[in-house]
Design a protein around this ligand. Structure first.
Ligand code: MEV
Length: 439
């Protein structure tokens, strides 16, 4: 019997017991394992359980630190939450590399958040455009009570545009609303204002004296923020003389110019080919998502936006670019990042709060800069490996620990294996064979 009504009403233990009985091979082991993944402090557990419905346990991911990030002249130790073995090591290594070359630089190019009210109106667009100044004026003040606090912090509604989709879909129009949400990501604020606008838009059409009776037929379809925020964007870059790649190049039997050329070519390939661009950008998001998660921000929103932005000219392309000019290599990332440092999970999740403290309690703009630089560092580390040793060497070295844990190696075996595999190719079977020989 696997269908259940009222699951959400069960206690946590009742939920676990039901799952154990219906879906697991060894219910007792399952119950023991799942119940062990609870925070020892009940008040903290209560907060975590409150994030979603039907929480039965906490799902652990490593909370790591990538130190030595020099960004705009300031040093950061960056918290990252990610399960992929080599990501933090790669970020740390790239951070160190660039710290010795002037560090990363970043600036916020815009912080505009967007929302939409989608509606149908049985009239022509010229007449709607004529009415729009009055509609806009009416709407702008209709949410004063909701925007009061945000306005005190320097934000609020910054514009409302009328977008006409009539040629694509009969009678379909849109209000595209711009917001400044200061240090908050602002999703709740934006959605509350939009729902107010939806309500007042209908009221305007039904009650305004500017309209004839035949013009009152309006229907709001939906109102919601848009996660596509191309003007909430940050630019991160790192730049150094090509000659300063000499040591790295020499270790690969190359000269610095050839290495820089290969690097720039690899980035150009990701501009040209969507198959490569997807993997290239995935490497960027390895770093971005890890910081976004660690700081309690919404990684789905940030990924969705970035991938749309990467397709803004009609083809999916690399988010980063590389130029070689006047003997310098400049590696740059333009990436939309709608992040917040107040509200949402940032204050609720105990570790997210500490992540922000470790970063020096940054403003949202400073956090955008830090996050973009980690994305750029991650991208740099991946492409540097790809055009030199390949990524498997570093990746499998990190993965060795996972394999050793999986095979339940003893401490002594693990130490011996780490030593042995420094010069050997790591694979699951090679590690198993090694352990068999070193019982
Ligand atoms: C692996 O998680 C990420 C990379 O594939 C990124 C890239 O290929 O640029 C290494």
């Amino acid at each position: 019997m696997k269908l259940i009504n009222g699951f959400s009403k069960l206690s946590k233990l009742e939920k676990i017991n039901w799952l154990a009985a219906c879906f697991t091979q060894s219910p007792e082991a399952f119950i023991q394992q799942v119940t062990s993944w609870q925070h020892e402090d009940d008040s903290v557990q209560k907060v975590i359980d409150g994030f979603t419905e039907n929480a039965i346990a906490n799902f652990a991911l490593p909370y790591s630190i990538a130190p030595n990030f020099m960004i705009n002249g300031k040093l950061y130790a960056v918290p990252m939450v990610i399960e992929e073995s080599s990501v933090v090591a790669a970020a740390s290594s790239a951070a160190k590399f660039w710290q010795e070359r002037g560090g990363f630089h970043a600036k916020v190019l815009g912080t505009v958040k967007l929302g939409q009210v989608h509606f149908l109106w049985q009239g022509n667009s010229a007449r709607l455009r004529e009415l729009f100044p009055a509609i806009k004026n009416y709407l702008l003040h209709s949410a004063d009570d909701l925007t009061e606090n945000m306005r005190k912090r320097g934000g609020g509604i910054t514009d409302i545009e009328l977008v006409d989709f009539e040629t694509v879909e009969p009678n379909y129009f849109q209000l595209r609303v711009s917001f400044e949400t200061c240090d908050s990501m602002g999703a709740n604020f934006v959605n509350s204002v939009l729902e107010r606008f939806a309500d007042r838009l209908e009221l305007f059409f039904t009650s305004s004296e500017l309209l004839k009776d035949a013009e009152r037929d309006v229907e709001v379809i939906m109102s919601i923020l848009s996660n596509y925020t191309p003007d909430c964007i940050v630019r991160a870059w790192a730049e150094c003389p090509i000659a300063s790649f000499s040591e790295l190049a020499r270790s690969q039997g190359m000269d610095a110019q050839s290495l820089a050329d290969r690097f720039a070519m690899a980035v150009r390939i990701a501009q040209i080919d969507p198959y490569r661009a997807t993997t290239h950008n995935k490497g960027i998001y390895n770093g971005i998502d890890a910081v976004v998660l660690a700081t309690g921000n919404d990684f789905r929103a940030i990924e969705a936006c970035g991938h749309t932005y990467a397709s803004r000219d009609g083809q999916y392309r690399s988010l980063s670019s590389c130029t070689l000019q006047d003997g310098n290599l400049r590696f740059q990332l333009d990436i939309p990042l709608a992040m917040g440092t107040v509200g949402g999970l940032t204050a609720l999740h105990p570790l997210a709060k500490y992540s922000l403290e470790i970063l020096g309690n940054p403003s949202a703009e400073e956090l955008m800069c830090i996050t973009a630089c980690v994305g750029l560092a991650q991208n740099f580390a991946a492409v540097r490996s790809l055009i030199t040793t390949g990524i498997q060497q570093g990746h499998m070295k990190m993965h060795l620990t996972n394999i050793l844990n999986h095979l339940q190696a003893t401490e002594a075996q693990a130490v011996a294996a780490q030593q042995y595999f420094q010069n050997q190719t790591v694979s699951f079977s090679a590690v198993r064979a090694f352990l068999d020989l070193h019982q």
